[in-house]
Design a protein around this ligand. Structure first.
Ligand code: XMP
Length: 512
């Protein structure tokens, strides 16, 4: 395994992600937890030292255990990691006179071979610099093997010991061939790249068993990809020590609740409590049309119901969450351990403390596409794994104005037709998210010989990489025409269909 020592860089997880892409198994350990004994236990085959926000010139700033450099294994230092290496191995680092941030170009130093760490790289490579301090004297045994105009020590190495130290961040997107450099390092360190998501799954299962022992775990299941993958994974690890709680707020899509219950209870045999609370939620939402009040009402009831149902599970000590890496802002604070913040709209935020439960978060190292891969590894159906995101407050925020059962019924049917159209035309996977919103207006139409006075609806379909920005999907006019006709013919209560062509920004993806 490869050890990544975390000095608190915001992008440490990207190092892990690059390594997983190279099929190399790695573990991230915060620098504070690494004692000599711990290092011997981990027995890494190679080490990467991450970047970090501190300055090695500051008294008491983070260091790696000195024994790490005496284990006879290759070490790669990035940014702060480079400076730690220089400082601890006998070189000198000074606080920079001017900080350098952003794009730079590195070239191999004269006389340096185009193999080893440079294999497959061009004579001039774009890299992303982000540092305030600079190396002023190399540690004994090191030499400069790559330079950039403002960074004479851009890449330094003691190749006899397999030590490399770079001033830039090879793990980030803005170092386009950084992955190649990391690949060169892991190959030099003897990794063959035979690690897979199947192995990750086994490791994750082992960790869950270690953490939980023979105690009980509750998992809030929403039917979304993340909580589903977490539930199936935990069930593989500890079987019926896991109980899932599915709070059904009556704001799900057509047949969605049944599908969730069937899949988890019947197919996977996972103990599942289905809290069917449509009456409670819809009752509380009566007369409310303000979007934020809707969200708050649903959020509060959700927690009440979840807590009530979870309270029925005797002796549960853990709460499982499908938290992903992007949900976690982790930093190694200088006084204590890593601190964690979860996105504020997380459904069960605040619950663990309130209920005195410890957290099990088996996906917190993964990015969304890796969760999907893990889901496939666990045998979840591909239609399920590729599903578009669905917001916690569900259809409530796709029904501007007051929510009524009638409107929800109409909305569900129209949404199902739209999604069916998208699947039939093979467009589902090209689209980030697609849905129908039912509008709080009725308009006049004519069908057969009669006048109609029914709701208008809006179709929404967007492309996006992360939901932060989005653009409308360019359907053909034929597709839009056919979809409008089907919705009006198949869904009683709608007589007008519009297509929302707003991008985000200035619009948002949801209507509320
Ligand atoms: P917006 O509408 O802000 O949506 O462009 C971005 C992404 O977030 C989802 N979304 C929510 N998810 N609770 C959630 O769990 C919410 O209150 C919420 N609001 C929006 C939305 O579906 C899209 O994927």
């Amino acid at each position: 395994r490869l050890l990544v020592v975390d000095f608190g860089s915001q992008v440490t997880q990207l190092i892990a992600r690059r390594l997983r892409e190279l099929n190399v198994y790695c573990e991230i350990h915060p620098y504070q937890t690494l004692t000599d004994a711990r290092l011997r236990d981990i027995a890494p085959q190679a080490v990467i030292l991450s970047g970090g926000p501190d300055s090695v010139t500051r008294d008491g700033s983070p260091r790696a255990p000195q024994s790490l450099f005496e284990m006879g294994v290759p070490v790669f230092g990035i940014c702060y990691g480079q400076q730690v290496m220089m400082e601890q191995l006998g070189g000198r680092v000074e606080a920079g006179h001017h900080a350098e941030y952003g794009r730079a170009f590195v070239t191999p130093a004269p006389g340096h071979r185009k193999d080893g760490i440079f294999a497959g790289l061009a004579e001039r490579e774009q890299v992303w610099m982000s540092h305030g301090d600079r190396v002023t004297q190399l540690a004994p045994g090191f030499e400069v093997i790559g330079t950039s105009p403002n960074a004479p020590f851009a890449i330094t190495a003691d190749e006899s010991r397999g030590f490399y130290a770079v001033q830039f961040h090879p793990e980030v997107h803005h170092t386009p061939n950084g992955r190649q450099m990391l690949e060169n390092f892991v190959r030099l360190a003897g990794f063959t790249g035979d690690w897979t998501m199947a192995a990750y799954k086994d490791e994750a299962i082992r960790k869950i068993r270690d953490q939980v022992g023979d105690r009980k775990v509750i998992c809030g299941l929403s039917g979304g990809v993340d909580s589903s993958v977490a539930a199936v994974l935990i069930h593989e690890a500890i079987g019926d020590q896991l109980t899932c709680v599915f709070v059904d707020h009556g704001l799900l899509r057509l047949n969605e609740a049944e599908e969730v219950v069937t899949m988890f209870r019947d197919h996977y045999n996972i103990p599942l409590i289905h809290a069917d609370e449509a009456d409670l939620f819809l009752g509380a939402l009566e007369g409310i049309s303000d979007p934020e009040v809707k969200r708050k009402t649903i959020g509060k009831l959700f927690i009440d119901v979840f807590q009530r149902e979870a309270g029925k599970i005797d002796g549960a000590e853990f709460l499982a969450q499908g938290t992903l890496y992007p949900d976690v802002i982790e930093s190694v604070s200088f006084s204590g351990g890593p601190s964690v913040t979860i996105k504020s709209h997380h459904n069960v935020g605040g619950l663990p403390e309130k209920m005195g439960l410890k957290l099990v978060e088996p996906l917190r190292e993964l990015f969304k596409d890796e969760v999907r891969e893990l889901g496939r590894e666990l045998g979840l159906p591909s239609t399920f794994i590729g599903r578009h995101p669905f917001p916690g407050p569900g259809l409530a925020i796709r029904c501007p104005g007051e929510i009524t059962r009638d409107k929800l019924e109409i909305l569900r049917k129209a949404d199902a037709v739209f999604i069916d159209q998208i699947r039939r035309h093979g467009l589902y996977d090209e689209i980030w998210q697609a849905f129908v919103a039912i509008l709080p207006v009725r308009t006049v139409g004519v069908m057969g010989d009669g006048r109609t006075y029914d709701y208008a609806c809006a179709l929404r379909a967007v492309t996006s990489v992360d939901g932060m920005t989005a653009d409308y999907y360019p359907f053909t006019h034929d597709f839009l025409g056919e979809t409008a006709t089907r919705i009006i013919n198949e869904v009683k209560g709608i007589n007008r269909v519009t297509y929302d062509i707003t991008s985000k920004p200035p619009g948002t993806i949801e209507w509320e």
